[in-house]
Design a protein around this ligand. Sequence first.
Ligand SMILES: [Zn+2]
Length: 361
Amino acid sequence: MSTSFLSHADAALRNRNTLLHFVKQNGPISRTDIWERMDISRASVTQVIRQLQEANLILEEGEGDSTGGRKPRFLKFNGAAKKLFAFDWSSRTLALTDLDGSFLYEQKIPEEKTASPELLFSYLNGQIDAISDMRLCPEEEVMGLSISLPGLIDHNTRTILHSAETGWKNVCLNDYFADRFGENIFLERIANTLALGAYHQLFSASIDHFQLMILGFDGIGASTVVCGHCRHGANYMHGELGHIKIPSDVRCSCGQVGCLEAVVRDAVLKNGGALSDEVMDLLSIAISTSVNLSDPSAVILVGSYVEKMTEEQKDRLIDLTRAKVTGERFREFEIRYADDVKALAFGGLAAYAFDRYFSID
Ligand SMILES: [Zn+2]
């Protein structure tokens, strides 16, 4: 719906999707609150709510406090109404989940099946056939396929432009999945799905501006979520923080010298896999640079280096970072570690699919 003139049908669809997003974010909520807080006529709201209830996408929940007359019935989003197939690269897991993040089925994809796009995607297609044959849910409830992959991703055309990690170039998911899923194929880079998962699960979609940082052996990078949407940048390269330069002659996989992620990797390898004080300091440079650049109200840290850290190191990294942030005492921001990264990944894959499927852009 990117045209400047909306047809009546488009406008109705946008109203429906806008209301659905509103209830998902603010529910349980009364009809009165929806009328008062949304810029849609009362008649439209009533009609749209009825449609969404018929589609099982919103439900009435219990009864609220009576305000004198008729008791208001609260409405809430029903994520169980829609299912999706989701594949998360970082956990190499294929799942059939619903929009609430409940798993109907999950399986680990063997490492050898991930060697090339042809191999992985034909294997996923075969597994999706097999899962569909199990009849775990009515076919019409399946809204599409959501995938996270590493590298430079054009989410609009669902293309992996380039990935240093996998070596894949110009791979379009449509070529593999359009026969089954048509337009309903959703592709994002890993950091963005984790960030969206954090936005919905850790903050209940309540903060306007935060960052998720991956601190890992495979790379260091940031993902920024503003008002519920991931920043992509002009060239899908937002948040490439691992390539800021440190005085060092260590060569990076990108071809340049002194990239922070390469220097950290080198130091970790030389230290037998342990995180030295030098590494902790370098990581704090990455995080504080990111905070100085975009002034988030929260930073979530994940990644293989985080998994290696002792509790003491985790606290120390926060202290080191805060000491490097400009105007630290004038800022309100928190730094947190996420425990269940797989849950964030699938929460993000579902949230992203929801945002695209019920688009309000
Ligand atoms: Zn580099």
